[in-house]
Design a binder for this molecule. Structure first.
Ligand code: UT7
Length: 330
């Protein structure tokens, strides 16, 4: 049997829409304060898509930036995966809309649903497709227009989310270890702690469902917080073990950007506070886009350099969670 191939990230990109919504702006929408939001979450502002902009539009901008960074044409892509919980439509997939916009004519395309964990799950799926030899080049996108699916009357959730997209181009080859093995998990018994209960086949669109505001994201924040800390910490420990990497070898640690207090709690448990990358202050929680945007920014601002080991971890609705380690090789 052939040895698995090295799979590398050869380009990254990200995009956030122009409009910025600050905590002070939110004070005019719900009963809240900048002080409460910043002290509880670390967030100062978030970006909000224009009414005509859908998730595929945000994803397309991130995709174009990632392809330019990689120096390849869209026609070279064999596979395109979009991770999103805010698709343009139930079907066809948002990935097919992005394919059309960027001209990725030779790619097969699908969406992946793992809520905020989606980008890491998609990265793992694409990596394994490449490592198996089935495809050579893949584009993975995390894109969200969360502003459509949050309840702007619920101060417990509407302050937490933002819109944006991030993307990475993956290809067979490269020096060193590239994208290593993931650890991923799910627990469907806790689905009702973080979900959008209305609008699907369980609770279809009806006047009654809409009157009850069931089409919007619902979250039991305190419970989600505890699970997020435990699962992401465990996942990182397991991913380091699985890849035979010591915590001290990690140069940069990028967690899901949901709340600075969650990030701080994980950093403390793992003893890595000095190596944490965070941008939650600028973008709030962009769900499946958060990890992808942070990775792109950490590469572009020089935090991540060639040869560095990077740990990624995510947590989201489902529940779903995971971690991975990369050797940055470009
Ligand atoms: O991406 C998927 C993962 N998502 C997450 O990881 C989010 C996890 N959860 C959290 O980040 C936090 O739980 C929150 C930021 C959502 C809330 O922070 P908390 O410290 O857990 O606050 P809490 O829910 O316990 O609420 C404390 C108080 C409540 O008032 P009472 O009941 O103590 O009187 C809330 O009504 O704060 C009140 N509150 C607010 N006050 C001002 C809730 N939201 C707001 C608000 N402004 N926006």
């Amino acid at each position: 049997m052939d040895l698995p191939r090295t799979v590398s990230i050869i380009g990254t990109g990200s995009y956030v829409p122009e409009k910025v919504l600050t905590n002070h702006d939110l004070e005019k929408i719900v009963e809240t304060t900048d002080e409460w939001i910043h002290s509880r979450t670390g967030m100062r502002e978030r970006h909000i898509a224009a009414p005509g902009q859908a998730s595929s539009d945000l994803g397309t901008e991130a995709a174009k930036a990632a392809l330019a960074d990689a120096g390849i044409e869209a026609g070279e892509l064999d596979l395109l995966i979009v991770a999103t919980l805010s698709p343009d439509m139930f079907f066809p997939s948002t990935a097919c809309f992005v394919q059309e916009k960027i001209g990725a004519k030779n790619a097969y395309c699908y969406d992946l649903g793992a809520a905020c964990s989606g980008f890491l799950f998609a990265l793992d799926a694409a990596k394994n497709q490449i490592a198996s030899g089935a495809v050579k080049t893949a584009l993975v996108i995390g894109t969200e227009k969360m502003s459509t699916f949050i309840d702007w009357e619920d101060r417990g959730t509407c302050i937490l989310f933002g819109d944006g997209a991030g993307a990475a181009v993956l290809q067979a080859g490269g020096e060193g270890r590239g994208i290593m093995k993931s650890v991923m998990g799910s627990d469907g018994s806790l689905a009702d702690l973080l979900w959008t209960p209305g609008g699907g086949s369980r609770n279809p669109i009806s006047h009654e469902m809409i009157d009850q505001r069931q089409q919007y994201l619902k979250m039991r924040g305190r419970e989600v917080f505890k699970h997020a800390v435990v699962r992401m910490t465990e996942a990182v420990v397991q991913a380091l073990e699985k890849n035979d990497v010591g915590v001290d070898e990690i140069k940069c640690f990028i967690p899901h950007q949901a709340n600075i207090r969650i990030i701080d709690a994980i950093a403390k448990r793992l003893g890595i506070a000095d190596r944490i990358y965070t941008n939650v202050e600028k973008y709030a929680n962009t769900s499946s886009a958060a990890l992808a945007i942070a990775l792109d920014e950490a590469v572009k601002d020089g935090t991540i350099q060639k040869g560095d080991l990077v740990a990624l971890t995510v947590f989201g609705g489902g529940f779903t969670w995971g971690a991975n380690v990369l050797e940055w090789n470009r």
